[in-house]
Design a protein around this ligand. Structure first.
Ligand code: PEP
Length: 251
């Protein structure tokens, strides 16, 4: 079964609108395999401009890094899915470990955000992943399964196939320490088996599961070469067009 291969860049709180447009244009213009879906998650302030910059580029989509679970209302400082949609956003990253850690986002809250994103016909990129102490205690598989069960498994089979899952071990994010290809494959296979058990094999085989955590041009090929790794969610290396394009070419 061939799943969508995805290279997603999470710019986090980096770049100004001008720099973001320059980065997006450089990536969109560059020759790359057209069957790889490229997603760029820019800060809110430049989503509209980046959307313009990537217009017409084949298989390049725009993502937001978060959204509010309500449609609208008195939520000062927040952003709604309709607002994101109006500026060309197709995907929303949900449950990134930085949101879970610094903004105390729970699986329950994330389940509500997932619903809102899907109701509005956008696609969630749902992040999961364990801290180092959880892995050291050999509880990582159980931990990630709980995140998925509580954040996603209220969805129907028809809904969950619209979700992209990103496995991002926290100890590998922004640290320069990458999970070994075996560690990534082990968790991705566990996630896929869990999807098959909860839904069915066809559903499990159709969902793209991305690895995130210090993906670089030097390690992307071996990570993406694992049977259940369908691409990457890339932080630091997505801020340099040449590095990100090299990662896109690593499938
Ligand atoms: C991320 O923030 O999703 C991430 C994986 O970051 P980095 O690639 O910098 O580790």
């Amino acid at each position: 079964m061939s799943r969508q291969q995805i290279a997603a860049g999470n710019w986090k709180m980096n770049t100004t609108p001008k720099a973001g447009v320059r980065l997006a244009s450089a990536i969109a213009k560059r020759k790359r395999p057209e069957d790889v879906l490229v997603i760029m998650a820019s800060p809110f302030t430049h989503l509209a401009a980046v959307s313009e910059a990537i217009k017409g580029a084949p298989n390049v989509k725009l993502a937001a890094q978060n959204c509010h679970q309500s449609e609208s209302g008195a939520y000062t400082g927040e952003i709604s899915v309709d607002m994101l949609k109006s500026v060309g956003v197709s995907y929303v990253i949900l449950g990134h470990s930085e949101r879970r850690q610094y903004f105390k986002e729970s699986n329950e809250l994330l389940a509500a955000k997932v619903n809102t994103v899907l109701t509005k016909k956008l696609k969630p990129i749902f992040c999961c992943g364990e801290e180092l102490k959880v892995r050291e205690a050999k509880r990582h598989v159980r931990y990630v399964k709980k995140q998925l069960k509580e954040g996603l498994f209220h969805l129907s089979a028809k809904e969950i196939v619209k979700v992209v899952i990103a496995y991002e071990p926290i100890w590998a994010i922004g640290t320069g320490v990458t999970a070994s290809p075996e560690q990534a494959q082990e968790m991705h296979a566990e996630i896929r088996q869990l999807l098959a058990k909860q839904y069915n094999q066809k559903v499990a085989d159709s969902i793209s599961i991305l690895y995130g955590g210090s993906v670089k041009p030097a390690n992307a090929k071996v990570l993406f070469g694992q049977a259940d790794v369908d691409g990457g969610l890339v932080g630091g290396a997505s801020l340099k067009a040449t590095d990100f394009v090299q990662i896109i070419k690593s499938f």
